[in-house]
Design a protein around this ligand. Structure first.
Ligand code: HEC
Ligand code: HEC
Length: 285
């Protein structure tokens, strides 16, 4: 008895017992049934490939953002780490933000890591004036080293640094791309520096893809496709794929078309910036 089984993959297991009853080959109707079943299998196989394709690859800053939310950081540092809560007793008056304030508290990634892991970086721990400040404020930075893994702390550092926004390209064209991205409002959806993957219910990956890593290389195969995304809000390759269009159409947020709002040279600059971001973040993954 012929039995057709499709392979199975993790959660979305797909098994088809397609041709059960005997006698299916007896007439032309049988041939048609087989044809229909074969088409179904091909479609399903396509679906499975698609499913693999849409696996998520969250960037470090986004993983950090989700960890920060889950670990109470925003209770003291404010939503997104942007508005510190009042901290009576201390001369700084409030919990520092991850944006501008950070400069006064941490000179580099290692010091940010020190704050999160140990509650204070080594460079400051022995300072008597700091100890006095810490003891006089109602809110004290907890040490997360016992609760979180090194990898999780790395993600939190990436998040804090992305919010701070100091990591920028030195190449003038790429820097111009960063500035235009900010001015055009790209970072509202793609997060500061295009480094985040905020939720987007109903969408392809469940979130807005960032501008680096696997997500970017899945969606953008060439400079030409990049220009299409930015100018038209979709690439020709995706526009021509019914399955892709289905997902894009379901999403809450869509990529806008910027065609009428770009200055000459914008695409070159934005492209240079995503190139820099890709190279810069390659070491994080
Ligand atoms: C109970 C309140 C509280 C919570 C919760 C908290 N912090 Fe803090 N954090 C502080 C205070 C207060 C300081 C200032 C420390 C000092 O000067 O002693 C600080 C300082 C920092 C700094 C350095 C200064 C700056 O610009 O922000 C970083 C980075 C930081 N915290 C990250 C985090 C992260 C990440 C989390 C969550 C995993 C977190 N904090 C949770 C209160 C808190
Ligand atoms: C309203 C939110 C929104 C804004 C603003 C926005 N995008 Fe997007 N962008 C999206 C969404 C959503 C997608 C993914 C397509 C989808 O899932 O529907 C996307 C996809 C992309 C892609 C495909 C590759 C990838 O990894 O992201 C590029 C490139 C891109 N956007 C660049 C830009 C640029 C450049 C700007 C600013 C000029 C910008 N976007 C502004 C929502 C936005």
């Amino acid at each position: 008895m012929p039995e057709v089984q499709n392979g199975s993959r993790g959660e979305g297991e797909i098994v088809i017992n397609a041709i059960g009853p005997l006698g299916i080959f007896e007439d032309r109707k049988g041939v048609r049934t087989i044809f229909i079943i074969a088409s179904l299998i091909i479609l399903l196989a396509g679906g499975v490939t698609w499913f693999i394709f849409i696996e998520s690859h969250l960037p470090p800053a986004e993983r950090g953002r989700r960890l920060a939310e889950a670990n109470g950081c925003f209770n003291c540092h404010g939503d997104g780490g942007l508005r510190g809560a009042p901290n009576p007793g201390r001369t700084d008056g409030s919990v520092p933000t991850f944006e501008g304030d950070l400069m006064m508290y941490a000179a580099n990634s290692e010091e940010i890591r020190g704050w999160i892991r140990d509650g204070v970086p080594e460079s400051r721990a022995k300072s008597k004036s700091w100890q006095k400040q810490r003891d006089s404020g109602v809110l004290v930075m907890p040490a997360f080293g016992d609760r979180l893994s090194d990898g999780e702390i790395d993600d939190l550092v990436a998040f804090v640094e992305a919010v701070h926004g100091e990591e920028r390209p030195s190449d003038p064209l790429a820097l111009a791309g960063y500035r235009r991205g900010k001015e055009l409002g790209c970072f509202g959806c793609h997060g500061p520096g295009g480094r985040f993957a905020r939720p987007n219910p109903g969408s392809l990956k469940g979130y807005i893809p960032w501008w680096g890593g696997r997500d970017f290389s899945d969606l953008v195969h060439s400079r030409e496709e990049f220009d299409q995304w930015v100018e038209k809000g979709i690439s020709d390759r995706f526009d021509g794929n019914p399955l892709a269009r289905f997902f894009l159409g379901r999403a809450l947020l869509e990529m806008p078309a910027y065609e009428d709002h770009l200055d000459p040279g914008d695409l070159d600059a934005l492209w240079a910036y995503v190139g820099w971001l890709g190279a810069e973040s390659a070491s994080d993954r």
